[in-house]
Design a binder for this molecule. Structure first.
Ligand code: SF4
Length: 473
């Protein structure tokens, strides 16, 4: 995962099954294909209609579930989660699904996204006697459901969701039903598929392919879908907000074989590369992309310009999280564990290096110097997203403005700092058109907040990082 070195990390992945006797096994495979969305912990809760069973653990899905542990999870329904800790920190307590047992019933909840008013709500709930078992913002939703006076789960959930703000793609399960919901802006992807008579729900459609499920439809913004013994039924609990799908899902986070809103992610990325080439052409000998997420955009850039695409860099896939990383001194001596230039491709060449985004700028600087050390005569950096100038409060780990290079420096200054021969970013209109949205329509369907500072929800003082409070005023 390049995210770790880029400073841009994924959020989480949700997967759920309704009506299949091997619900836990299917969820395990589904979570495995969502592994790129979170590597810090994984969990599955199943229901056999009488009780919920849970297993969760730290690390990758294969580390969290050892031989035989899946066999302990019985039932026809399940909810699973892979976690990257953006709010509330790591640790097993914060691993999801979170599960709550009471005298009468139980509830499991898995959440992708981040609430912006969780701190205020938590304080209010604690003042009214609620005791929290985790520091995760997701638990706030569970407490609000528990406190709701409505008689059925669908109304309890819609009551709870009327109080929270932010990004959430949710899966909630009791002994008798499974509910999934999207926030009013639909900031995070969530799709429904069919596997024979069973229903499956996943953050990304790539999880359907691995289990042989057929895509059925997206969960709509502001929609709650309930699966119970009467089948599937839907309720719109909010219709007032415009769709604001996270643009970075297309640019960087989602797998290229996933479709979001029926737009294939690889195709969108390739189109971003084409738009970028049309907006910022340059004379060069080869085009290369930073593996893995920038390769589709690099192919698009090459196609549009006619400059050949080459494998100018390779990623070492076997650097695990537990690998002993070289010291700063060894790193400076050139011990680079993750990316290596392909000298035979770049030596003596003018190289266009396509990357999906720039966060801190340190990775781009390292890649430019690596390509030049390998003999590239010129390195032209082309970025397939606009400059990221504002933090994200919706579950992406770019929470402080001070760590964003584009918030402090002009494009020329960034180019100088990274030692590139030229640097260009795709425009916002170019990105929207590349994704397949209209840039002429004020309701473009995408969240652009980290590029523009215009957030689709209110942002509360206590959501801001101390460094940002002054800047955001
Ligand atoms: S602010 Fe940026 S990263 Fe966050 S949801 Fe919006 S587009 Fe995605």
């Amino acid at each position: 995962m390049l995210g770790e070195i880029k400073g841009l990390n994924e959020e989480c992945g949700v997967f759920a099954v309704w009506g299949h006797k091997e619900a836990a096994q299917i969820t395990y495979y589904g979570l495995h294909s969502l592994q790129h969305r979170g590597q810090e912990g994984a969990g599955i809760v199943t229901s056999d209609e009488e009780r919920l069973s849970i297993h969760k653990g730290l690390g990758l899905v294969t580390e969290a579930f050892k031989e035989g542990e899946l066999d302990q999870l019985h039932g026809h329904a399940s909810v699973g989660h892979v976690r990257y800790a953006t709010a509330g920190g790591g640790g097993l307590d914060n691993c999801q699904p979170l599960m709550f047992r009471s005298q009468t019933d139980s509830l499991a909840i898995a959440h992708n996204g981040n609430l912006v008013n969780a701190n205020g709500l938590k304080l209010e709930l604690e003042n009214q006697g609620s005791i929290f078992q985790s520091t995760s913002d997701t638990e706030v939703i569970a407490h609000l459901i528990k406190r709701s006076v409505y008689p059925n789960m669908e109304d309890k959930l819609s009551d709870a969701l009327s109080m929270v703000q932010g990004a959430y793609a949710l899966a909630i399960m009791t002994e008798e039903e499974l509910l999934v919901a999207q926030d009013p802006n639909g900031l995070r992807p969530l799709s429904i598929g069919r596997l024979g008579d069973a229903y499956v729900v996943a953050s990304e459609t790539c999880a359907f392919d691995v289990i042989g499920a057929q895509y059925e439809r997206e969960v709509q913004p502001g929609e709650i879908i309930t699966f119970d013994r009467n089948g599937m039924h839907s309720k719109l609990y909010s219709t007032s907000a415009p769709r604001r799908m996270c643009s970075m899902e297309y640019v960087y986070f989602s797998r290229p074989d996933s479709n979001i809103d029926q737009i294939n992610v690889h195709t969108a990325r390739k189109n971003l590369g084409k738009k970028l080439a049309a907006e910022s052409p340059v004379e060069a000998d080869v085009v290369t992309g930073v593996p893995d997420s920038s390769i589709s955009a690099a192919i698009g850039y090459a196609e549009e310009t006619g400059i050949p695409y080459e494998l100018g860099m390779i990623k070492n896939r076997y650097v695990g999280r537990t690998f002993i990383q070289p010291s700063q001194e060894l790193r400076e001596q050139g011990v680079k564990m993750k990316l290596s230039p392909v000298r035979g491709v770049v030596e003596g060449k003018r190289v266009v290096m396509v990357d999906d985004s720039i966060v801190r700028g340190t990775t781009s600087r390292r890649i430019v110097s690596m390509l030049k050390e390998a003999g590239a005569t010129e390195v032209h950096v082309r970025i397939a997203s606009p400059p990221i100038t504002h933090p994200c409060f919706y579950g992406i780990d770019i929470s402080t403005k001070s760590e964003l290079i584009a918030a402090s420096y002009s494009v020329e200054e960034m180019q100088d700092r990274m030692g590139a021969d030229s640097l260009s970013f795709i425009s916002i209109d170019g990105m929207l058109e590349g994704i397949g949205r209209s840039s002429q329509n004020s309701n473009c369907g995408q969240c652009l907040a980290c590029f523009t500072g215009s957030y689709p929800t209110d942002i509360y003082e206590d959501t801001l990082h101390p460094h940002d409070k002054v800047v955001n005023g």
